[in-house]
Design a binder for this molecule. Structure first.
Ligand code: 3PG
Length: 210
């Protein structure tokens, strides 16, 4: 049984959390190995495809050094199935009271998505202090996030949404940002093509960001 991480520890695993959409579970292990070879030891496998849970199971079994997160967790059932499959933490693009309560009751490392001050306050009421800021670029980018530091000095973020290798440094320079999320390291077409060398190289570049 792997040691349980806190949400803050999760967000400190890597300066970039690769967000992936996997169509074929057979590609999950070579993908995880390419990221690990490039120096990235975490991955957000989104629950957006029928292959996602098998992908989580395969990586948990065959590339156990990879700390797997399940993304696009929208319901308490998603949370349950993701953790049962072997995810070590979960993320959501937003949050609902039901989902926040289920994650709190499970004491699971869960990173809810927020877009407004009110959503942050709602998450704080449930005991959450680490959030995904989504969709980051569309919400004002680094300056939108910097504005949240005044009222919420103890809150930490993983901005995600149209972040690129070029844009990542200005987020990572903020005191309230622990990492950024993005699909640019392993976009679906690169995974489909089995471009493990390209993914490893992009991972290496991302891992060096901080
Ligand atoms: C997501 O799909 O969860 C995020 O927006 C990451 O994808 P992007 O880096 O392509 O915006």
């Amino acid at each position: 049984m792997s040691e349980r991480l806190t949400s803050e520890e999760v967000l400190r695993l890597s300066p970039v959390m690769p967000v992936v959409v996997i169509d074929d579970a057979a590609q999950a292990v070579p993908l995880a190995r390419a990221l690990l070879a490039g120096g990235i030891r975490t991955i957000e496998i989104t629950l957006r495809t029928p292959a996602a849970l098998d992908a989580i199971r395969a990586v948990a079994r065959e590339a156990s050094e990879m700390v797997i997160g399940a993304g696009t967790v929208l319901t308490p059932d998603d949370l349950e199935t993701a953790f049962t499959a072997g995810a070590r933490y979960a993320l959501s693009p937003g949050a609902t009271p039901k989902l926040l309560a289920a994650a709190r009751d499970r004491a699971a490392p869960f990173i809810p998505g927020v877009a407004t001050a009110g959503e942050i306050q709602n998450g704080l009421e449930y005991g959450f202090t680490c959030f995904k800021f989504f969709p980051a670029e569309q919400l004002g980018g680094p300056s939108g996030l910097k504005a949240m530091a005044g009222p919420f000095p103890n809150v930490r973020f993983c901005p995600t949404g149209s972040v690129t290798i070029e844009k990542a440094p200005s987020y990572l320079a903020l005191g309230n940002v622990l990492c950024v999320g993005g699909s640019w390291i392993a976009p679906a077409e690169r995974i489909r093509a089995g471009d493990w060398v390209g993914i490893e190289n992009a991972a290496r570049q991302a891992a060096a960001l901080r």
